[in-house]
Write a protein that binds this ligand. Structure first.
Ligand code: IVH
Length: 683
């Protein structure tokens, strides 16, 4: 029997549920679409919890579009088929500026005018999706399929937080919006890492991983995957006049609550378009999602209708495709080299192959586990990837090309350079040669010591370093400072005339004045790169203070983790390393930070990560401003980061910051913080 109080309680619950859903939708939009959260994660969780509680008490109030159902959707048996009311077209490709100009000429001819606006959009390498909304609510989501019929993936798409379940404002009664579902690069790497740890097969690319994720029979699995979506097109609509240009459609979609790519630009000339394409071809790595080109669309929808399509390809759009960054080639053999820390680094020797303008012959293979996880074997045909300036890597084997003659890689049991049995420290992926006298290690260490960012000694290349070592002139960095006394002997080395010897000696002499950070970096302590060295120098102010510091003291410094702290401690606990420092000190090498220890200032105790392009400062300028005022700057976001300053095109660090819920400042907020703390700007 239902009492009057129960009914009233039910009515109250119903009203509150509606209110909560609206509020949650609002905050999800701020967080997932606009990247501008207004409330803390905890406050958001509290709203979700209240909604979950009310729904548990009144299960009849649960609707499929409730935010609680994003993760809790019921498994689908199989994917139904969705007939697309208007087919999803594909795009013609342009592979060069000439192709782009030819398209523009053809289009201008058909429109009988040269001057028409175009919209340029990053071509997201994900999978196309068509979303149908009815009365402002997500009704169906379908894959592209063959363009005419796709698969019904509604339950899975509901789990993607940046896809609105309900729209804001006045909307056509029914309409379809199209876009791309993708996985971020950082999310993909994290997912693959976890899969590797769990012994599951790895995904080949963010694209494959996104496609696999939306085709899961259990939406819970989809919900656990870092998927996102950009919307870029109106499919069809019933009722309500659409905007007259594509640009306005995008703005309209944005207003309704859809996530629209912020990099999209409108331009007037094909010259601008070509420059935009070339610009992104060189900068695509800066984005945390993969793009394989730029889509160019004629802006006026009237012109689009006038141009129509030929077969499956609209004449009003074209895809400019970037040169590929992957290629297949033969993996001839797997070799191992010894790094300066004694690490054994397997690498692939490849049949030379051209990728994005460079010939690639060697590629890194990271470590034995990675090789096993990807099942890469000597003799395999492999996919090799080269992105930006990073070392090329082997993505994986082409299994269909296997002949059965390929050889599984095994790490040698002994160091290939000195024959000492190798070791693998617990919890580490790398093997090491433990022999500190190992010639390969010493050679790499010497090379590192004189290298850029370390002691910066000009004139010692690989061959001279090898000669110096072989002939016993220099077994470590400290020996270099005694070369002055052996000038005559140096002259007897290959290709060493008076001039080059004197230049070399002058350069060695000059290196004594390198800042402490560079000297620390030059020592080649495991896990201490240039940036960590600079934090240590800044904090301790002298080599002696650093050498005397305990693991705990080092660990407490913002930007430094336990692994580094332990590695520094271990390094200085070894006699031979302390002796090296003494040798350098005796030679007159700088052992103090010019400013003498950690600076105190208005930003003391704060750690910043600066990412993206700033308007008011250069990157170096912003970093040195923070440092001069006592703050610390690190390159990666961690729990110790106080603020992430995000400029234009911030890339993956911003995503990481969002994951860790670090405080994110845009440039204005950064300036406001500086001013509030009394930092003198422009000094
Ligand atoms: S427009 C006729 N815009 O590229 C218009 N497509 O090669 C067709 N894509 O199937 C779609 N980013 O999956 C458009 N900003 C963008 C896009 C984009 C990625 C994909 C989409 C399409 C494929 C065509």
């Amino acid at each position: 029997m239902t009492t009057a109080t129960e009914t009233r309680a039910y009515q109250r619950a119903k009203a509150r549920v509606e209110e909560l859903r609206a509020e949650i939708a609002y905050h999800e939009h701020r967080y997932f679409v606009l990247d501008q959260p207004e409330i803390s994660d905890a406050a958001f969780d509290a709203l979700m919890q209240e909604l979950r509680r009310l729904e548990a008490e009144h299960p009849e109030l649960i609707t499929p579009d409730s935010p609680t159902q994003r993760v809790a959707g019921a498994p689908v048996e199989t994917f139904g088929i969705v007939e697309h009311r208007v087919p999803l077209l594909s795009l013609a490709n342009a592979f060069s500026e000439d192709d782009l100009r030819a398209w523009h000429r053809r289009t201008a001819g058909l429109l009988e005018r040269d001057n028409f606006a175009m919209v340029c959009e990053p071509k997201i390498d994900g999978l196309a999706v068509a979303l149908v909304y009815e009365d402002g609510q997500l009704a169906t989501a379908a894959t592209r399929g063959d363009g005419m019929r796709g698969e019904n993936i509604t339950a899975n798409v509901r789990t993607i937080r940046s896809v609105p379940q309900r729209l804001r404002g006045k909307v056509p009664r029914r309409f379809e919006v199209r876009g791309e579902i993708y996985m971020t690069k950082s999310g993909f790497e994290k997912l693959n890492f976890e899969r590797g740890e769990a012994g599951q097969p790895l995904f080949a690319s963010p694209r494959n991983s996104a496609a696999g994720s939306v085709r899961q029979l259990d939406p819970k699995v989809t919900a656990s995957r870092p998927l996102d979506a950009f919307l870029y097109q109106l499919g069809w609509q019933e009722g309500g006049g659409p905007p007259a240009t594509h640009w306005d459609v995008l703005e309209w979609l944005r207003k309704l609550g859809f996530r629209v790519n912020p990099e999209i630009r409108r331009m007037q000339t094909i010259g601008e378009v070509a420059a935009f394409c070339a610009g992104w071809a060189g900068r695509r790595d800066a984005l945390d999602y993969e793009i394989d080109g730029i889509v160019i669309k004629v802006d006026a929808l009237g012109y689009q209708r006038q141009l129509g399509a030929v077969g499956r390809e609209p004449r009003w759009a074209i895809a400019y495709k970037f040169p590929p960054t992957q290629a297949t080639t033969k993996l001839l053999r797997i070799d191992v080299n010894v790094g300066r820390t004694g690490s054994l680094n397997p690498f692939a020797v490849l049949e030379p192959v051209k990728i994005a303008g460079a010939t690639v012959q060697l590629a890194t293979l990271h470590n034995e586990d990675d090789i096993r996880r990807k099942d890469i074997r000597a003799g395999d045909t492999v996919i090799v990837q080269r992105a930006g300036d990073v070392i090329p890597q082997v993505v994986g084997p082409v299994l269909s090309k296997r002949t059965g003659k390929e050889k599984v890689f095994r790490m040698p049991k002994t160091c290939p350079a000195c024959g000492t049995p190798i070791v693998r420290p617990e919890g580490e992926a790398m093997y090491y040669c433990p022999n500190r006298q190992c010639p390969a290690q010493r050679f790499r260490l010497l090379e590192h010591f004189v290298g850029r960012g370390a002691m910066d000694i000009d004139g010692i290349g690989e061959s001279l370093a090898a000669q110096l070592m072989r002939s016993g002139f220099a077994l470590d960095g400290g020996d270099l400072y005694r070369l002055r006394e052996r000038r005559d002997e140096l002259l007897k080395l290959e290709r060493m005339g008076e001039k080059s010897v004197d230049r070399l000696l002058a350069s060695i002499e000059a290196s004594k004045q390198r800042p402490l950070a560079q000297v620390i970096f030059a020592l080649g302590i495991r896990h201490v790169g240039g940036e960590v060295a600079s934090i240590l120098a800044n904090h301790f102010g002298s080599m002696d203070a650093l050498m005397a510091a305990s693991t705990e003291e080092i660990d407490e410094i913002p930007g430094i983790g336990t692994t580094i702290a332990e590695s520094v401690r271990e390094f200085f606990s070894l006699d031979e390393n302390r002796q090296l420092v003494e040798k350098l000190r005796a030679a007159g090498v700088n052992m103090r930070e010019a400013s003498g220890g950690a600076r105190e200032g208005p930003l003391s105790g704060l750690t910043f990560v600066i990412t993206g392009r700033l308007e008011r400062f250069s990157r170096d300028g912003a970093e040195s401003l923070v440092k001069r005022n006592g703050g610390t700057v690190t390159s990666s976001v961690s729990k110790k980061t106080s603020y992430v300053v995000a400029g234009a095109e911030p890339g993956s660090k911003l995503a990481k910051a969002q994951q860790l819920s670090s405080e994110i400042l845009d440039e204005d907020a950064f300036v406001a913080l500086l001013e509030a703390r009394g930092v003198a700007l422009g000094s």
